[in-house]
Design a protein around this ligand. Sequence first.
Ligand code: NDP
Length: 336
Amino acid sequence: MTVNRQWQLVSRPEGRLEESDFKWVEGGLDPLQQGQVRVRVIYLSLDPANRGWANEEPSYREPVQLNRVMDGIAVGQVEESKHSGFKKGDHVQGLLGWQEYAALAGEQLTKLPELPVPLTAYLGVLGHIGLTAYFGLLDVADPKEGETLVVSAAAGAVGSLVGQIGKIKGCRVIGIAGSGEKCRWITEDLGFDASINYKSEDVYERLEETCPQGIDIYFENVGGKILDAVLARMNRYGRIPVCGLISQYNATEPVPGPYNFVRILTQRLKVQGFIVMDYLNRSDEAFQHLAPWLMEGRLKYRLDVREGLQNAPQALNDLFEGANQGKLILQVGPES
Ligand code: NDP
């Protein structure tokens, strides 16, 4: 009998999530219903947003229910299908969850194309990460050649792509990241024009040095003190796509707003939040550019692949400590 192992969410985390917020459950597989597809999970994406999904308050989506499998985006292979659109062996992506086997309606799955790229690319540049970077920068911020773009969490999955797309569009790109090694990678290997190590340097002063013409676009991934320092240097009619605010996802107290909020008024800034799900119906438009950029070597990425579903809760926490080197992925099962 095939056993399915999964992590169920059993309590709402307070601050940093703990392994005790989850229960390790082993059980059999339910019979497949008409229209459903059984998928063996291969790679699970660990995303900062997963932390928010465990909260009780609904945000842009319903919270994960207690005593149910934790949600997570993953890629896997079809084991059994009762849906005409899928057959055994197909590779698919969807909200498969923190488990080894998922049974979902075919409509909830996307069949992956047969491109000469690793399967992991579909959780990164050719998946939700690529869409986030592409539409957040190009649709929300509309960059122009010669403009100055600053991106935070710049060595991370989204940020590293944003900076490279910014370079493709002719921007001057400055990345803010949390270690010397990450700063070196984005400038020497990815072609960012400058970097700022927010843990060892004064961000405000370094922005003054690295952005002598001011900042036209700030791609916001973190919030907090970095946002305030950037606001102080924003140019008139600047744009701030608010992609994420990772510095506050584990907060247990209300988070104060930016001190430099007034700059939104005086500099006529456009500040717009966005959620990648809103762009899913335009994904072909993005992939038609992202895929060739990837094949041509104009987009590079790093993967941080961990082994074993059992390590999911601890690995997710690494995102909040900057302990990931690029897109954080958990290998749940073998590729074939
Ligand atoms: P990353 O690969 O960028 O990993 C997160 C990184 O954030 C860490 O490596 C760390 O890098 C940095 N970080 C963590 N805590 C802090 C802090 N307190 N202050 C500053 N930096 C911090 O993850 P993703 O690329 O997946 O996500 C990046 C952002 O994009 C997140 O905010 C996420 O929520 C958001 N996002 C939003 C989407 C949307 O639809 N709007 C979709 C996908 C992601 P460092 O070492 O540099 O500190």
